[in-house]
Design a protein around this ligand. Structure first.
Ligand code: NAD
Length: 355
């Protein structure tokens, strides 16, 4: 198992260290023979080599079986030109590795139910997986731009496109993921208005013919947004386009309370990049205050989706549950009666909880 480790900027450096300590423990327990190699990415890479995604980093990521990424960005690099901003490294990695399927679970831990802004009875027990198409759709469609019209006013435009193969491959990912979970897929589109998503609905329905054991439903995106906050427990797997997925995955994630708890995977087959959903959190960077659980849970997703080690992945998730049940909390999920710990200690606690 060759893993490219790209800690990046800000708290990325801290949460990755904590996650690697958990991975080491799991490696020893299951004899996984994990090989890790670190490289710079984001602002840290820009400072060293003038580019947020150096060739050596990209080469390492391409050669590895999986990539573990911390976070990129920060105020220091905000004045830079867009072409060399730290965040460009993420787009570059996604495109170069053709990471077309983004998986974002929204699962609530019983110990954290009260951290959600929604009522306990609405969120208790939710376990949703949002599968978002990541390299197509309106974010990449051409033509795009802003033009000046003859009358001096301006016109901005983007293009929403999806081809049959692009829809087929993301639909297959969603059905395969559903088979290992609750066997339900809800495909979200706007087929009543957008022709492109009319095709989306048609192709998803066709792919479903090979997955008779999985239940398929369709929902318009406006209704899906309402249903996510009204009765989220109706969802198992949601599959949707790049832009709809961008918005709905953030909405679903927030049902669970804290950004410090949210892992993600971006896949191309079994090859994947795994990273916490949060950014580099410059306000708490370097203070040992970050919650490393999102990154630790990203390692669990890596073991599951890139290496097929469901046993080791479940072990990490159970260890996280145990530590939360023991009332240990980082600042972002802290509440009365809990024990406050830092990033490093939280990593140690999870590693210790792996028997
Ligand atoms: P952010 O996610 O970094 O932080 C938002 C808030 O959540 C902050 O108050 C932060 O302290 C808190 N927070 C985030 N992660 C936390 C954790 N693990 N534990 C405890 N608290 C946590 O978002 P932002 O402030 O909008 O962005 C900061 C920088 O990160 C920007 O440069 C942005 O472009 C970048 N960013 C990167 C990624 C990525 O690398 N995938 C994602 C989002 C933002």
């Amino acid at each position: 198992m060759k893993i490219a480790v790209l800690p990046g900027d800000g708290i990325g450096q801290e949460v990755v260290v904590a996650a690697l300590s958990v991975l080491e423990k799991i490696d020893r327990k299951y004899g996984l023979k994990v090989e890790t190699e670190k490289a710079n990415v984001g602002g840290t890479a820009y400072d060293e080599s003038g580019t947020p995604l150096p060739d050596a980093t990209l080469k390492l990521a391409k050669e590895a079986d999986a990539v573990l990424l911390g976070a990129v960005g920060g105020p220091k690099w905000e004045p830079l030109d867009y072409a060399v901003r730290p965040e460009r490294a993420l787009l570059g990695l996604r495109a170069e590795l053709d990471l077309y399927a983004n998986l974002r679970p929204a699962k609530i831990y019983p110990a954290l139910v009260d951290a959600s802004s929604l009522k306990r009875e609405v969120v208790e027990g939710i376990d949703i997986m949002v599968v978002r198409e990541l390299v197509g759709g309106i974010y990449f469609g051409k033509p795009k731009g802003v033009e000046t019209l003859p009358d001096g006013t301006e016109r901005g435009f983007n293009t929403l496109t999806y081809t049959t193969p692009e829809i087929e491959r993301i639909a297959k990912v969603a059905f395969d993921v559903a088979r290992k979970r609750g066997s339900k897929v809800c495909s979200v589109d706007k087929a009543n208005v957008l022709e492109c998503t009319e095709l989306w609905r048609r192709v998803v329905t066709k792919v479903h013919k090979d997955y008779a054991d999985v239940a398929l439903s369709h929902m318009y995106v406006d209704n899906a947004a309402m249903q996510l906050v009204r009765w989220p427990k109706q969802f198992d797997v949601i599959v949707t386009t790049n832009m709809f997925g961008d918005i709905l995955s953030d909405c679903a994630a927030m049902l669970t309370g804290s950004i410090g708890m949210l892992p993600s995977a971006s896949l191309s087959g079994t090859k994947g990049m795994y990273e916490p959903v949060h950014g580099s959190a410059p306000d708490i960077a370097g203070q040992d205050k970050a919650n490393p659980l999102a990154t630790i849970l990203s390692v669990a997703m890596m073991l599951q989706y890139s290496f097929g080690r469901l046993d080791a992945a479940a072990d990490i998730e159970q260890a996280v549950t145990k530590v939360l049940d023991q009332r240990y909390r980082t600042g972002d999920i802290m509440s009365a009666g809990m024990s406050l710990v830092g990033c490093r200690r939280m990593g140690e606690l999870v590693a210790e909880a792996i028997a």
